[in-house]
Design a binder for this molecule. Sequence first.
Ligand code: ZN
Length: 138
Amino acid sequence: MKSLTEYLWFHADTRRAFFNITPQVEELVRRSGINEGLCLVNAMHITASVFINDDEPGLHQDYERWLEKLAPHAPTSQYDHNNGEDNADAHLKRTVMGREVVVAITDGRLDFGTWERIFYGEFDGRRKKRVLVKIIGE
Ligand code: ZN
């Protein structure tokens, strides 16, 4: 069995942001030389997500609005966690949007549905954060 482990770094200038990280993950799959296997991608922080969905800007606005309805950032005093911190909403958003994705590798490529792309969702940005990519197979 072959494997490859890499970390991707992100720095959002805003509190919340979505990044399409599919090209970076595809590059790692190429570099791994693995033809048949699995690719795990997970956020290494509890206020950020990795998820799969459509690369469509309207949808990303919808996520932003929907997540703000579910777990509004302000007023920060509404959360018990915000006791010296202000990121309780980011922890809740991360839980809803998920920690990781696993994508099959078939014939050396990520085996996606037609519109599937991998995203990093940042909910408490303005600092460096990383994502683990682990690829195993043969
Ligand atoms: Zn916190």
